[in-house]
Design a protein around this ligand. Structure first.
Ligand SMILES: Nc1ncnc2c1ncn2[C@@H]1O[C@H](COP(=O)(O)OP(=O)(O)OP(=O)(O)O)[C@@H](O)[C@H]1O
Ligand SMILES: [Mg+2]
Length: 586
């Protein structure tokens, strides 16, 4: 499918409405020929011929035609506006749904501001096209055609003279449309880029302030702003070059009429009334010629926007739900990685990952930064697909499971906490918006968030700003944990979730997690040994591989990476721990 066909598929639904609109437009155009004709009759029969009795009838017809045209114009404009809003509504909806289906890889490389301009500026170019350009071009082509026909009926030679202008107009239109297209494409790109820049700077405003980089950002913004202005001016330079030509061609018609028409009246080849009639048709020829340049602009803006939206729309996510995925609403929570590897951009991210976790066990994952800890959890949730080996949940390859069932069974508190600009209750109840407040509170209690939430002036109704502005790092982490817990998932993933909370809070949360431990497989990614020391299995990762595995005691006894991390965090290892006997080290 091409971009234009895709656009037409939206228009299809409105074809009868559009047809009615075009029919009304045709009627209006036909009626446009009546008034100049009557004006001619008034000159020839009333003013020159002296038949004054005809005047009232002719005047009433003039007024009636004008009134009917006004009413019809109102109706067809409403029709086209309604169609444009309908098309836009469906297109926005479809594009938005597709955006939600896109995977992490898509969002990694796209700029938010860029995607936003698809939904705003580009959509508006389409609305303008459907609401205005379609009928306007159609009406003016009809007016032009009808006017020519009427002039032909008055005098063929005069009509032919006026027609001679047409090839020049066609050529100018073609040349302008060719010249303006690249300028418009550049213009749309600059608009997106400016949008993306502003969006990033507004979101990252705190970093800009912290580094006192306002001046630097302003100079960067000026560059974007200059580029956008230059691209606008480039486009306007094109039409500045061509508009005078359109203007000249339309004035040429008036000159032809005045010179040749006047000459014919003097020669008595046509009547004065005929000249008035043709003069009345003149606007029907000149307006389309004058407007041609603008339509070229509008049409190019429209096609560029459709292409841009369509290009985003057709990007298929790599991670998709299988056609007939295995239906499994409730998981036991067994997780198995078999020789799993993941490569991205020709770079090995994780390799040779093997482990099995029976339902209800807790796994701790520890390791250096960038070791691949979050990546293996991303593979489990199918945010990315493993490039080698198999990730299995309850013995089934995750690729064969319905994607939404899989994710429905996983509760994840992500490393990069994101909160919506909503109430705290709304954020916690994100997975279960209709659940009773008691459940929300219970989840908050488990995440040790209830206390601080209640101390806020609006409690659970406190609106947290965009991305949770106004909350501390640890508070955000606890809300994110409560959100994951409320899901009551079969698999719970806590990626660095307690890194910003104090030790006391962490041990409280650990106690709470013990309550759900038997019904839930828990993965805890952490740097602090204290976060994972009680886990049934600890995986130590480095450089994309599991380098050590076992329980806390086994790993300490191994005297490798884990033991040295333990020593760094706790000082020297007491003798009894070296022996693998105790958990009591402080
Ligand atoms: N989709 C991706 N495309 C390219 N590189 C990626 C991708 N995902 C992860 N990486 C890279 O893989 C490495 C491991 O990333 P990962 O986020 O898994 O580390 P981590 O162990 O969670 O680190 P941290 O403890 O700092 O959170 C990093 O170097 C990261 O840049
Ligand atoms: Mg990580």
């Amino acid at each position: 499918m091409t971009a234009n066909k895709w656009f037409l598929s939206f228009l299809k639904k409105y074809k009868w409405k559009m047809a009615l609109g075009l029919l009304l437009t045709t009627l209006i155009s036909v009626l446009a020929i009546v008034n100049p004709y009557i004006s001619g009759l008034i000159v020839d029969n009333v003013i020159i011929g002296g038949e004054f009795s005809l005047l009232p009838k002719l005047i009433i017809t003039l007024l009636a035609v004008t009134a009917v045209r006004g009413i019809l114009r109102f109706y067809y404009q409403v029709i086209f506006e309604t169609c444009s809003q309908g098309v836009l509504y469906e297109m926005r909806d479809k594009v938005y749904r597709k955006l939600l289906q896109e995977d992490f890889a898509f969002y990694n490389k796209k700029r938010t501001g860029d995607l936003m301009s698809r939904q705003t500026g580009d959509m508006d170019a389409i609305r303008h096209f459907v609401a205005y350009v379609i009928y306007s071009v159609y009406e003016n082509i009809l007016l032009f055609g009808f006017a020519l026909i009427m002039i032909f009926t008055v005098d063929v030679k005069l009509a032919l003279c006026m027609l001679a202008v047409l090839p020049f107009t066609a050529l100018t239109t073609y040349l302008q449309s060719k010249a303006v297209k690249p300028a418009f494409q550049r213009n749309r790109n600059c608009f997106s880029s400016l949008n993306a820049f502003v969006q990033e700077n507004v979101s990252g405003n705190r970093v800009v302030k912290a580094f006192a980089k306002e001046e630097f950002e302003i100079s960067k913004f000026n560059k974007e702003n200059d580029a956008f202005r230059a691209s606008q001016l480039d486009a306007s330079k094109v039409w500045m070059k061509y508009l005078p030509i359109f203007e000249m061609l339309s004035n040429l018609l008036t000159i032809i009429l005045m010179l040749y028409g006047g000459y014919m009246v003097i020669q008595e080849k046509i009547s004065m009334g005929n000249l008035v009639t043709v003069n009345g048709y003149l606007w029907m020829l000149t307006v389309p010629l004058r407007m041609a340049g603008w339509w070229v602009n509008d049409i190019q803006r429209f096609t560029t926007s459709v292409e841009k939206i369509y290009d985003t729309y057709i990007e298929e996510p790599n991670v998709k739900s299988p056609q007939s995925g295995i239906d499994r609403k409730h998981f036991d929570g067994k997780v198995e990685f078999r020789n799993v590897s993941y490569r991205a951009d020709d770079e090995e991210i994780v390799n040779d990952i093997n482990f099995t976790v029976p339902p209800g066990q807790t796994v701790g994952i520890i390791g250096s930064t960038g070791a691949g800890k979050s990546t293996i959890m991303n593979l489990l949730c199918r945010f990315y697909d493993a490039t080698g080996g198999e990730v299995l949940v309850d013995g089934i390859n995750v690729k064969d499971l319905d994607l939404y069932d899989l994710r429905d069974n996983i509760g994840m508190a992500m490393q990069d906490v994101f909160l919506f600009s909503d109430t705290i209750e709304g954020n916690i109840a994100y997975a279960k918006p209709d659940c009773p407040f008691e459940e929300v509170k219970q989840a908050a209690i488990m995440a040790d968030a209830n206390h601080f939430i209640q101390s806020l002036p609006d409690g659970y109704d406190t609106i947290v700003g965009e991305r949770g502005v106004g909350l501390s790092g640890g508070q955000k982490q606890r809300i994110s944990l409560a959100r994951a817990l409320l899901k009551d998932p079969a698999i719970l993933i806590l990626d660095d979730t307690t890194s910003a909370v104090d030790m006391e809070t962490e041990s409280y949360i650990q106690e709470q997690l013990k309550k759900i431990e038997k019904d839930c497989t828990i993965f805890i990614i952490a740097y602090r040994i204290s976060s994972i020391r009680d886990a049934d299995l600890i995986l130590v990762m480095d450089n994309g591989r599991i380098i050590e595995r076992g329980t806390h005691d086994e790993l300490v006894a191994m005297n490798g990476y884990y033991a040295s991390a333990f020593r760094n965090q706790y000082g020297e290892i007491p003798e009894e721990v070296k022996g693998g006997a105790s958990h009591g080290t402080k």
